[in-house]
Design a protein around this ligand. Sequence first.
Ligand SMILES: C[S@@+](CC[C@H](N)C(=O)[O-])C[C@H]1O[C@@H](n2cnc3c(N)ncnc32)[C@H](O)[C@@H]1O
Length: 208
Amino acid sequence: MSFLFFKRVLANPMRVGYLVPSSPFLTRETSSRLDFSSPRVVVELGPGEGCHTRQILRRMGPDCRLILFELDAEFAAHLTRQFRNEPRVTVLQTDALHIREALHDLGHTQCDYVVSGIPFSTIEKPVRDRILNRIAGAMSDEGRFIAYQLTTRLCDEDHLFELAEKSFCALNFPPVNVMEFRRARVSANLRNASDTETLRGRLSHAEA
Ligand SMILES: C[S@@+](CC[C@H](N)C(=O)[O-])C[C@H]1O[C@@H](n2cnc3c(N)ncnc32)[C@H](O)[C@@H]1O
């Protein structure tokens, strides 16, 4: 384990969630789910010290973009230094809640993949619901949301996401579920609704 990871776990155990970074078995498992046969916009939420990021970058083509959302200032500074010579990567020290605005500011209307290490089970429900709503709203129609989590509780969010595939990575500490979701039809309908007032009303109700 890197000293930085240990330090950040001690500083904020609930936010970091796990005691050690993901294993190479898990980073290979998540990154193998991304199809880079065409240019992609990939968002990574909670990259920590960058173990999944490095694995994704190994597979990404030159026209792909990888945007990192890391709330922790020390992790974000470490990522900025680590990827300073990598033009495909943008590091944002910000909350995953801002995914839609940040993508827009970077000139992307949507993303193809969201890979998330955020420990959703340690986040209060209202905040978790808002983050999940924002993720669904940022994904393209064919987009995928890939999350590695201790529990499979995200599968209950079927108003937002439909489970496409699930696996279990035992060779990680702790062992985790890897879930791959597509956007649920109902959330796609919400976003594509032509009546913006209705849409706004429904979204604010969903996010309340
Ligand atoms: C379990 S660690 C995962 C770190 C790394 N991806 C790994 O697999 O080793 C969770 C990470 O999510 C970050 N995080 C937690 N909540 C966040 C949020 N709302 N927005 C962005 N990052 C967040 C934490 O700072 C931490 O870096």
